[in-house]
Design a protein around this ligand. Structure first.
Ligand SMILES: *[C@@H]1O[C@H](CO)[C@@H](O)[C@H](O)[C@H]1NC(C)=O
Ligand SMILES: *[C@@H]1O[C@H](CO)[C@@H](O)[C@H](O)[C@H]1NC(C)=O
Ligand SMILES: *[C@@H]1O[C@H](CO)[C@@H](O)[C@H](O)[C@H]1NC(C)=O
Length: 421
């Protein structure tokens, strides 16, 4: 007996893909065969499990991480899918829809069969890009590669060590770039490499959160000191973008900084040291930290404008994570969240933020909330799957840039497939 939810899902999918195919009629659609992503725990889909850790390993390798979607810990720092997973699903659908236009009936049958027999979306062979450290061969990376590592920084380990700061893991954007070059070499001749790059979607970031966290939490630092990191962090991001463009990338999406001052971990740990005037009266977030994130984003957007002028053949799209997350914090109930968006779902601590470093999500004696979809923050640092879906919805909306030749109708169809509208 096929569960009703599967049937409904199949019907929704057919509706969405047919709509995408219809709206694409005659118009040249951009298709992305693979996703290449760089970043940290907001994007890592498993690399962190392959990095040696002291003690019992990273929290994302333990229950209840993954409980909502994958039903097991996968190394993702959430209860389910990340933004990159949702975007990957959309990239796959955009390809499916084009196939449908040619061989509609056959593919409809195949899709229905897969949906009905397999575990929901994963059975579609959705291109969750392979974590770099989990693959070896060109075939392993045929759906793309995810270089992001939980805890990774934009800046190198030496930068922090020379300031008596301790990175979470010894992986920086430099490492991710050299991994990218390793993969390029697997992909055949330079001509073949460029062809693959030009039909791939690149996600560079979010990255920098850990650089700022390390500085903000590691020692007795003022926000003034942390601000001096911004140009260096952005130079590292710029270097990745120019490298992938040099390799032939045609579409590069660059997510900005999240509102750091709304992170339950920072809210809990700064408690007492932030005066009453230090909180945003609307959101309750720490103004000083959000100012840092906004500075990062202003400078990032300025840098991207320069890169667009220098590389007119490449679509460089800024993804406004700051606004996407702030919208959830300002109007949680509008998006289906409960009314206290600054409290973590999982972990110990109670109080306004439900965060305690000594009782981090996944540690013995801690528990997740009953319904993670009511929370924006999963563990006080990372977002729930429900929040990630909303963030992906905002990012996808931004992909309707004229340079991408993707129609609004197509974007809306993609957004429907992941439940945005
Ligand atoms: C990361 O890069 C540093 C040099 O910046 C290097 O020493 C280290 O071995 C690299 N780590 C990995 C896992 O590639
Ligand atoms: C933190 O900085 C303040 C002002 O610079 C100083 O008074 C205080 O002693 C410092 N605390 C620690 C633990 O270093
Ligand atoms: C923050 O500090 C206030 C008073 O200083 C206290 O009442 C409150 O419980 C603290 N909150 C957290 C989450 O530690």
């Amino acid at each position: 007996m096929v569960p009703l939810s599967r049937l409904l899902f199949a019907m929704a999918l057919l509706h969405a893909t047919a709509a995408a195919a219809a709206s694409g009629g005659g118009r040249r659609q951009k298709r992305y065969d693979r996703v290449f992503s760089f970043g940290d725990s907001l994007t890592d889909t498993g690399n962190v499990l392959h990095i040696s850790h002291s003690g019992e390993g990273p929290p994302a390798g333990r229950p209840p991480y993954g409980e909502t979607f994958f039903r097991r810990p996968t190394g993702r720092a959430s209860d389910g899918r990340l933004v990159v997973d949702f975007i990957g699903e959309h990239a796959k659908h955009s390809r499916v829809s084009t196939l449908l236009a040619c061989h509609r009936t056959i593919h409809l049958v195949v899709i229905v069969t897969l949906v009905l027999v397999g575990p929901a979306v994963e059975a579609l062979g959705v291109p969750h890009p392979t974590p770099y450290l989990a693959g070896k061969t060109a075939a392993d990376f045929s759906r793309g590669v995810n270089f992001a590592v939980g805890g990774a920084t934009a800046l190198d380990v030496q930068f922090f060590q020379s300031r008596e700061l301790k990175p979470f893991v010894p992986i920086s954007l430099d490492n991710q770039t050299s991994w990218f070059n390793n993969v390029l070499e697997l992909l055949g001749s330079v001509e073949e490499q460029r062809k693959i790059m030009s039909t791939s979607l690149f996600l560079v970031g979010e990255i920098g959160v850990n650089d700022y966290f390390i500085a903000a939490l590691g020692r007795n630092r003022t926000a003034g000191d942390v601000k001096t990191f911004v140009p260096r962090v952005l130079a590292a991001v710029r270097s990745v973008i120019t490298d992938v463009i040099a390799a032939g990338a045609s579409t590069v999406v660059v997510p900005g900084m999240i509102p750091l001052g709304c992170e339950p971990q920072l809210l809990a740990q700064y408690n007492g040291s932030v005066g009453a005037g230090g909180y945003d009266p609307v959101t309750g977030c720490i103004t000083r930290l959000n100012d840092l994130a906004e500075l990062h984003n202003r400078e990032l957007r300025r840098m991207l404008s320069g890169l667009r002028r220098a590389h007119p053949g490449t679509a460089i799209v800024y993804a406004d994570l700051y606004r996407a997350v702030t919208n959830l914090v300002v109007s949680p109930t509008k998006y289906g969240f409960r009314s206290r968006p600054l409290a973590a779902c999982c972990g110990g601590g109670g109080g306004a933020y439900n965060f305690d470093d000594e009782a981090f999500c996944g540690a013995a004696g801690t528990a997740a909330c009953g319904d993670p979809s009511e929370y924006v923050s999963w563990d006080g640092v990372h977002f729930t799957e429900a929040a990630n879906r909303r963030i992906a919805c905002a990012v996808l909306k931004g992909l309707t840039a004229p340079t991408l030749s993707i129609s609004l109708a197509t974007t809306e169809a993609w957004r429907r497939t992941i439940g945005c509208v």
